[in-house]
Write a protein that binds this ligand. Structure first.
Ligand SMILES: *Cc1c(COP(=O)(O)O)cnc(C)c1O
Length: 376
């Protein structure tokens, strides 16, 4: 890596190069089969990914957003129901709740993990609450034991948003296996990504799996007999073939992300005013993002400083969901989500990021901090 090349926030090239031959074989296989939507390639992926995760059923759908919508609908959540979730996530988390006619209710986050706090979820429950929807943000598990126990006590369903945490675990158990239903995204930038849109619903419950299969195909279990109004949300065979090629490598890629995270930690340990990501004990963080907090109102200045040095960063997320127009009416005393949105900065992260690139990122950050100390 030369000293002046740009360092993007994400580079998919090494990952795609590793599977290039399998991708070409997948393309030829699907072309020869002439079955492009659902079919044997999707069924094979569903079986392989269910076995990999340790769950009975996996249902391939069109996107992570659709996976959330279909999981909620399969659980019978709809108008009049409330679902407690985090305001510090991608918009689709709450949007899916609204899309089924239910109401998202936001509970504040733990500033160290960026995930839901169980005590605040409990405080947000009302007689209308039907489900809790935790997000495993940036690849770190939400506290699934505490949230599951709370759900059991109150007779609620748990729906996991695993879009950012494929392969992550909590207390030795893979994410996407705790909830009554769970939703994954295969958007290209996710830890397991396809070459377009794709998603997955997982569940151990035969009935929920059956509902999800019907809902993704216009509410029909039999061709041209539509029991309910569903969606056109089928997974493409080509995307399933790509995912089959990548699935055996994702564990190694996640391990490489963790090594990259360790290198950032070592490089940034002496950075005053910077908070590094934490790992809750017993979790397997898969570093979808390596997200630091920058105190003292200097986040945007640091971002500009790094951009001037060819280093890409992103702010996930600059605005909590209760500050978005559709949810502006929500009463959400969520000071931690608001503070996080002002302070977070995600650094370049992908499985094969070069240590030299990480060194340059760290030098950029340390240089910024020095320059600011020197300022009057
Ligand atoms: C990416 C993402 C989604 C949506 O997934 P799509 O496949 O883009 O529809 C939902 N929730 C979270 C937390 C995400 O990061």
């Amino acid at each position: 890596m030369d000293q002046h090349s740009e360092i993007p926030i994400l580079d998919l090239a090494p990952e795609l190069a590793e599977v290039a031959r399998e991708l070409e074989a997948a393309w030829r296989r699907v072309l020869a089969s002439r079955q492009f939507i659902l079919g044997p390639e999707v069924e094979a992926f569903e079986q392989e990914v269910a076995a990999w995760l340790g769950v009975r059923h996996a249902v391939g759908v069109n996107s992570g957003t659709d996976a959330l919508v279909i999981a909620l609908r399969a659980l019978g959540i709809g108008p009049g129901d409330e679902v407690v979730t985090t305001p510090f996530t991608f918009f689709a988390t709450a949007e899916s709740i609204s899309a089924v006619g239910a109401t998202p209710v936001f509970a504040d986050i733990d500033p160290a993990t960026f995930n839901l706090r169980t005590d605040l979820v409990e405080r947000a429950l009302t007689p209308r609450t039907k489900a809790i929807l935790p997000v495993h943000l940036f690849g770190l598990a939400a506290d699934m034991q505490a949230l599951s126990a709370l759900a059991v006590r109150h007779g609620l369903a748990v729906v996991e948003d695993v879009a950012q945490a494929f392969g992550g675990a909590d207390q030795g158990r893979r994410l996407g296996t705790f909830g009554a239903a769970s939703a994954f995204s295969f958007f290209p930038s996710k830890n397991l990504g396809c070459l377009g849109d794709g998603g997955l619903v997982t569940t151990d419950d035969d009935r929920i799996a059956g509902e999800a299969r019907a809902l993704r195909a216009h509410g029909s279990r039999r061709k041209y007999f539509n029991e309910v109004v569903g969606y056109n949300s089928r997974l493409d065979a080509l995307q399933a073939a790509v995912l089959r090629a990548k699935l055996p490598r994702v564990e190694g890629w996640n391990a490489a992300r963790r090594e990259a995270a360790d290198r950032y930690r070592a490089l940034l340990r002496p950075a005053p005013g910077i908070t590094l990501p934490t790992e809750r004990p017993g979790t397997w963080h898969v570093y979808h993002q390596f997200t630091i907090r920058v105190g003292g109102g200097r986040r945007d200045a640091l971002r500009d400083w790094l951009a001037a040095r060819g280093i890409g960063t992103m702010v996930y997320y600059p605005r909590p969901l209760h500050r978005m127009p559709p949810y502006a009416g929500q009463s959400c005393p969520c000071p931690e989500a608001e503070a996080a949105s002002r302070e977070v900065l995600s650094l370049p992260m992908w499985p094969r990021i070069a240590p030299e690139a990480q060194q340059r990122v760290a030098q950029g950050i340390l240089g910024f901090l020095d320059a600011h100390r020197a300022a009057p």
